[in-house]
Design a protein around this ligand. Structure first.
Ligand code: SF4
Ligand code: SF4
Length: 279
């Protein structure tokens, strides 16, 4: 059987989301994005340096835990205090083009030995954890996001966003007046372009203030829920935007009616293009 299909078969919800291909993977539950500066460049540089440094660490318990402690000291300020940032999330694969666990038996230098028991969560948790997206997102949506993402950075930022992903596809379904299907995506580059553009909003949404992190806290304890968009300051009489749910999930804040209109125009433009495309 095709290895991808085999992984899908074993995954809860029928679609394997963690390691997708050579350059698409996620490390959100390892706290990958729970860092002060999660810009693509900064995060990539940090992971590359960490992976290089770890390649020189002897594969001995003390050396590995010392490495972890040093990395943690450098990342002690996190947007979500109660959530960890694992020092062993790094870059893996032939060209180090995706994120993954440096303690995994198949990671460079580990010679088939599983060192994940030395991590904060212990090997059991690391091996059996599946985030809520596995079971709470429709299979079709997961396949489409997996297909449309360009790289690990944007994929890992969006794949845990259950509410946002559902809102995106519900808009697209209503534009198409039909349920979007994975085969539609294969057939139509314009449609895949729309999804890619939306994924791009997650990484560079201009109406998210710098004080709000793009990282998603998706754990069931709901310690850090997204704040509702506050429209009162810009126009007390204005009803909430029709894109309110999407704006909230993108962490938006608007300083003027004009800003809000610009944000709505960006969404209108995107979804009007979906309307032009008929299944
Ligand atoms: S957050 Fe979900 S998709 Fe991402 S690595 Fe963890 S379990 Fe996999
Ligand atoms: S040790 Fe666990 S939490 Fe850390 S990177 Fe590996 S899988 Fe993620």
């Amino acid at each position: 059987m095709d290895p991808e299909k085999e992984m899908d078969k074993k995954a809860p919800g029928g679609v394997y989301l963690c390691q997708v291909n050579e350059n698409i993977s996620c490390g959100a539950c390892c706290g990958l994005y729970n860092v002060q500066d999660l810009s693509r460049e900064k995060l990539y540089d940090m992971l590359l340096r960490r992976t290089d440094d770890f390649s020189k660490v002897p594969r001995e318990a003390d050396a590995i835990t010392n490495f972890g402690e040093e990395v943690l000291c450098k990342n002690n300020k996190r947007p979500y205090d109660e959530f960890y940032h694992c020092p062993y999330i790094g870059l893996i694969g032939k060209e180090r083009m995706r994120t993954g666990c440096l303690l995994h038996p198949l990671a460079d230098g580990n010679n088939g030995v599983d060192y994940s028991g030395l991590g904060f969560y212990g090997s059991m948790t690391c091996h059996i954890y599946f985030c809520p997206s596995y079971t709470m997102l429709p299979e079709n949506y997961k396949r489409i996001i997996r297909e449309a993402a360009d790289d690990w950075y944007s994929y890992g930022l969006i794949i845990t966003e259950i509410v946002l992903i559902n809102a995106l596809f519900s808009e697209i379904d209503s534009c198409l007046q039909s349920k979007i299907d994975e085969t539609d995506i294969h057939m139509n580059q314009a449609l895949i372009g729309i999804i890619k553009e939306f994924i791009g909003f997650k990484t560079s949404w201009p109406f998210r203030p710098s004080s709000v992190t793009a990282a998603n806290y998706f754990f069931k304890d709901k310690l850090y829920e997204r704040k509702p968009v506050d429209y009162s300051g810009i126009n007390p009489d204005r009803p909430v935007s029709r894109y309110d749910l999407i704006f909230r999930e993108l962490g938006s804040s608007f300083n003027s009616v004009e800003e809000l209109r610009n944000a709505e125009s960006m969404m209108d433009d995107l979804f009007n293009r979906a309307r032009d495309w008929k299944i």
